[in-house]
Design a protein around this ligand. Sequence first.
Ligand code: SF4
Ligand code: F3S
Length: 404
Amino acid sequence: MLTRRNFLRLCLKSVASLGLSQVLVPGLAEALRSRGERPPVLFMELMTCAGNLMSWLNSLDPRIGELLLETVDLRYQNTIMAGEGELALRALEETAEKERGNFHLLVEGTVPLKANGLYGAIGHRANGEPLTMLEVVKFLGNRARSVVAVGTCASFGGPYAANPNPSGSVPLDAVLDRQIIKVPGCPIHPDWLTVTLSHLLLFGIPDLDREGRPRIIYGDTIHDNCPRRQHFENSVFARYPGEGGCLYRIGCKGPVTFTDCPTRQWSGSHNNWPVEANTPCIGCVTPGFRDRMAPFFEHLPDVDLPAVAPRARGIGLFVGTAAAAGIGTHLAGSILSGRLRRNWVEGTEARHVHLPDKEGKVEPGPHTPPPRVHPPMEKEQRAGDPGHLPEGRDHPPGGQGAPP
Ligand code: SF4
Ligand code: F3S
């Protein structure tokens, strides 16, 4: 019997590679079998490059085939299912109605709003009109037991909602009035979705941070666990990608990026990650990525302190807003003490931002990142539910696949 305590230990970072296949999948399968459950899952891809799906499919431990075949009942996945057209749309609609309140919805990508959603469609209605992603996600989102945003685009908008955002893309929570579990990453590490989904199936919704991300994965900053931290402390900084030392000066966003790359590591066999490959972390799991994390090879904004020195955590929260994340106490302390400025901010292309005044207003500086471009959305449009999927069944196949 897989207890929650054992599950959490198993999924924690450095031991993840030792037992997800051998322990997690059999434990999950046994628990679901004993409850007589085989939870239906719909995996919708909206405005996306499908990079998160690709990453998940490349998981070696566990292999995705094992996970999906032994635990859940995957009824729809735009990209990998064999069929298409009317059958696929019917399966989608039937699952949403018959399994209402019971199926889990995974969504990758943004929801395009421009032209009432016409920039993204998954198929056609019987009368030939496109069935937009906006309609589908509201239809499914209002019936699902849980909704998981897979990747940074679905979670926070990501590259598809970046300036100039020609499709009017928004993240899931801009169109759904309900709790959304966010698993950001550009792309996600396969374990991040596997661990989140497993927790959801076994024990319900995991403990989430204020951004809606599972704390078991997104609890610490990259900087907190970085093996180059000592270089940071000793002010040994790389001057270009590929050089040894801490990569902060050439753009590392590790101090404001919350996830476990340094301890979990990437590449299937968990043996490498961006900083170890001598390239800065670009903050891909962070709200506001990529506009607020760019330019990728410039260091984080320097902070002009107001007359009243804020508390360290305050700086973290501010930078969390300005740079769309939080910041390690050490870094905040270093900024306060001026150590960072003395050691390496001066002489580089420092970007200055201003802390908010008492009313919370921030005077924009010359390098203040541009605001995110999300088109306005009416409340009725946000809460609305189209009530049905395609009308009639006589239109030629136009969808993206049939049930696997
Ligand atoms: Fe590591 Fe980046 Fe922090 Fe330097 S700034 S210690 S490279 S996470
Ligand atoms: Fe993304 Fe930074 Fe990890 S760019 S993959 S969060 S090291």
